[in-house]
Design a binder for this molecule. Sequence first.
Ligand code: ZN
Ligand code: ZN
Length: 302
Amino acid sequence: MGDKYMTEMKSFKISIPTDDAGFVGRACDSIKCKQYFKIYLPDHKTVLYCPYCGQAFDSDLMLTKEQTDYALKVAMEEVRVDLIADLQNSFKKIARNSKALSYKPGPRPVKREIQPEYNERELDSELKCPDCDTRFQVYGIFGYCPGCRSENIQIYDANWAIIKSEIVDAPGNKRKLRHAYNDLVSTFEIFCQRKAKHIISESTNFQNLFDARKFFKIHAKVDILANLTEKEKLTLRRVFQKRHICIHSNSIITNQYVKKIPEDSALIGTQVQLSLQELEEGAIVMRVVMGELVKTVESPGK
Ligand SMILES: [Zn+2]
Ligand SMILES: [Zn+2]
């Protein structure tokens, strides 16, 4: 026979199941990141931004390890059924043209239903982008929007935008600023407690930045402040210490405060100065710290 072998490329459309709430898991394709997040399926676009590192990827490249395994199984089943059907057809053809051979095909192959053997993960927070309405879920509290890369999304359950607008509307309102400092530190505390649970049953006072650092150094072998500049560290230290004296020493700068923040030693005995700008800078630095923690504690998506 002079026929050439033909290699046929088959392509199938395989749909990846969502969780019960309609979210589908995705994994960043950057080797340095690989982090896992979820996006609400109706908001899913062909190109997505990683909410942790901000890089853009074609969504086909964002399959998680579990989804890839599942898709392979589905594809293998398609191939198996096609292959058997093709073989049956070929034998039939050969038998038809041959007097010496007869062929009775077995039953037509039936495609087996492949069930996914994984569940999408539970994540820390669900966010809705204020710019493009994309709904998504991430580890931690900060993220770029996977739909439009907006960085406009900050604290989730503390309702950052609301806090901020209240402060902006009433710039002299010290009580609201105090609450906002407290909310930011509480957010950090809750986040650290959750991550700590993954590692060990012990805990520490995560309202103290350096206790938190020590805890994760010992138990997760990561320095959560390692990637910060001195200026960023100072901002964060101030946010934590200022919150502390607002609650424990009537907002007056104490000896103890100055010991922790020697940069402010000239301010001893004065009323602590809080500002929205400092708080926002602190929130951005906190995002870096939490990102570091997520990478260490949570397993990557692929
Ligand atoms: Zn990424
Ligand atoms: Zn967006």
